[in-house]
Each structure stands twice: as C-alpha cells, then as structure tokens.
Design a protein around this ligand. Structure first.
Ligand code: FAQ
Length: 311
C-alpha cells in the first residue's frame, strides 16, 4: 500500500473515532490499534479467569448456604466475563488457543490484584467491595470504548460487577456489625487489599506507556490516575459509613481540589507483582495450566461430537 493511501486511511479512521463512531471487526484499522486491543482485551479476559481462583478458594468454606450460593453465582459470572472477552479478542483475528497459551507461558499479563492470597472470609467481602469496585470504575468508562465488540461486552459485564460490588459491601457491613473478632477480620482484609486495589488502575500517568495513544484512539476514556482518584473518592465514605479505617495516614480531604489526597503507592511492589514475583503468581498460573491439561478430554469429546453431527 502506498504511503498516501495509508495516510488517508489513518485520517479517515481517526475521524471516525473523533465522531464517536464505533470501529467494527471488518473495518480498516491501524495495525497498532489492533495490537493494543488484543493486548488489553486479552489481559482483561485472563484477569476475569484467573480472578476466579482467589474467590473459588472460599466456595467450600462460605459461612452459610446463602453466602455459598451467592459466591458460586459471582464466580460463574467471572467465567462468563472471561468468555465474552475471549470472543471479543477473537474478532481481532487471533485464536483463543494462542491467547490462552500466551497467558500460560507468561507472555501476556493479567491483573496484579489476583496474585494476592485470600486468607480469611473477610477477604471475599474486600474483593467484592474493593476489587469489583475498582473494576467497575474502569469498566463503566470502557462501555464507551471505541471498539464495538469490547464496548458491548462491557455493558453486560458492568451490570454483573455492580451486583458483585454490593455483595462484597454487604459482607463487610455484616462483619462490621458483628463481634469484635469479626470487625478485626474485616479491618485486616481492608488493610491488605486497599493498596493492591489502588494498583489495579496501573502505573501513574507519567509512567504509563500506553495511555496517551489509547486516549487518542478512545480505547481508554480516562487516564489511570483519574480513575484511581474517582475510586478513592467513592470508597472513603463507604468505608467510613461502616466504621472501616483506610490504611493510609496521608489520606485527607482536599477542599481546594474537591478530592481526597492520598499517600504514595509502593510502585516497587506493583512492578514486582506484575513481573511474576507476587505472593501467588506461580500458584495462579500452575492452576490454570493444570485446568487446561485436565480438561483436554472434555475438549476432545466435544470436538468429536461436533464433527460427528456436522457430517
Ligand atoms: N496488573 O501503559 P499502561 C476484574 C501493565 S477485571 C498487571 O498504563 P494500559 C474483574 C500494562 O498491561 C481487572 N499489569 O497500560 C474481577 C502494561 O504492560 P505491557 C482487569 C498491569 O493498558 C473482579 C504496563 O503495565 N481489568 O478485576 C496493570 O494503558 C473480581 C504499562 O501500563 C482490566 O484489564 C495491572 N494492574 O492501562 C474478576 C481492564 N496495570 O502490556 C474476578 C482493562 C498496568 O505494555 C474477581 N484494562 N499493567 O507489557 C485497562 O483498562 C488497562 O489495560 C489498564 C492498564 C488500566 C489495566
């Protein structure tokens, strides 16, 4: 293709983005736009699937039948989110098999948050409230992302995530209305999940290598720091309402900014976890690889059945 045609195509493409017209799978798109989407959506899909593991750990130990039914439904929702997102990735011309292999080989990332362990029942409350809460803050904005299949997947995902956030907050509220030991357990979960939840939004804007281009393409509608700030502003009153303390001595309402100021994030910890050295990275990938190996016979049987009924 000559450069003039390439330039014209890129101009037309950007004009569509600027007019908020969705890009669909068969539309022309720059190679780098396609690659950025494959990276982000597949990372997002993997996060949903790996994210089932810390909570799945508590299904057999949920404190009542009601809690168990709710947690089962939530974890199954996450599986569904992963499947929509793998489908959205496939519309960009990559196979699901390759995408999953990239996760297992460590080539592609998933959210740092799922490399932390779930030590107590209160962690399930903290994940629902804070982790799903952070996920929604990011995903509501993604309902308006420029790539059609990703934006449409996000609409259903956000509806389910807001139920997840409420169930987590309800667990925390119940614990905070319980015994001294239950309140301590809830506060301990808060202490361990608060900072990793803030890290979910990614590096600060000055350090984020993809934000500028992704904002121009309207893949991202807000920067990492903008979303992180909105999350802090929304979470502080929720914590205060049920008597939980935010583990940050520098957290303070700033009247002039109209936002909470908060302490420095430990970016060294973030990059260690992203780089594979978090508390549970190895355990998470081992579990996914094992699940794939043990599911081989199911896939084979399904394919054989599909072939037989096609012919
Ligand atoms: N963890 O230049 P940026 C959920 C990487 S879903 C690991 O700022 P970008 C539901 C990033 O990939 C949670 N890696 O990147 C649920 C890049 O690396 P690369 C997942 C991270 O893409 C709840 C490098 O750092 N949500 O929780 C992280 O513009 C409960 C530089 O960063 C999504 O994936 C991180 N936290 O912005 C499930 C939402 N942050 O690839 C179960 C969609 C950054 O160049 C239970 N994704 N990195 O080597 C996004 O919005 C964006 O991709 C960001 C990062 C905001 C995550």
């Amino acid at each position: 293709m000559d450069t003039l045609t390439q330039e014209k195509l890129e101009e037309k493409f950007q004009a569509k983005i600027d007019a908020d017209i969705k890009i669909e799978p068969n539309d022309w798109m720059p190679d780098t736009y396609r690659k950025t989407l494959i990276r982000q959506i597949s990372q997002h899909a993997h996060s949903e699937i790996v994210g089932m593991l810390p909570e799945g750990n508590w299904i057999t130990r949920a404190p009542s039948l009601r809690r168990k039914a709710v947690l089962l439904a939530k974890v199954q929702d996450e599986a569904g989110h992963g499947l929509y997102l793998y489908s959205a990735t496939e519309t960009l011309g990559v196979s699901r098999e390759d995408t999953i292999d990239d996760l297992h080989s460590g080539k592609v990332k998933y959210s740092s948050i799922f490399n932390y362990p779930t030590l107590t029942w209160a962690d399930i409350g903290a994940i629902g409230w804070l982790v799903d809460g952070a996920a929604i803050m990011n995903q509501v904005a993604l309902c308006r992302t420029s790539y059609g299949p990703y934006a449409r997947a996000m609409v259903k995902i956000c509806k389910e995530e807001s139920f997840h956030q409420r169930q987590g907050y309800e667990i925390m509220t119940t614990l905070m209305n319980g015994t001294e030991a239950q309140r301590e357990m809830a506060q301990d979960a808060m202490n361990r999940f608060w900072w990793p939840a803030l890290m979910m939004f990614g590096p600060s804007d000055g350090e984020s290598k993809h934000t500028e281009q992704s904002m121009r393409w309207r893949i991202k509608r807000h920067t990492n720091d903008e979303l992180r700030q909105s999350f802090v502003d929304a979470s502080v009153p929720q914590a205060e309402l049920i008597g939980l303390k935010i583990p940050d001595p520098n957290l303070k309402w700033n009247e002039a900014r109209g936002h909470y100021d908060f302490g420095a994030i430990d970016w060294e910890e973030f990059w260690q976890v992203v780089g594979g050295n978090g508390p549970c990275n190895k355990e998470r990938i081992d579990a996914r690889v094992k699940a794939k190996e043990e599911g081989e016979w199911v896939r084979e049987a399904a394919m054989a059945y599909a072939k037989k009924h096609k012919s």
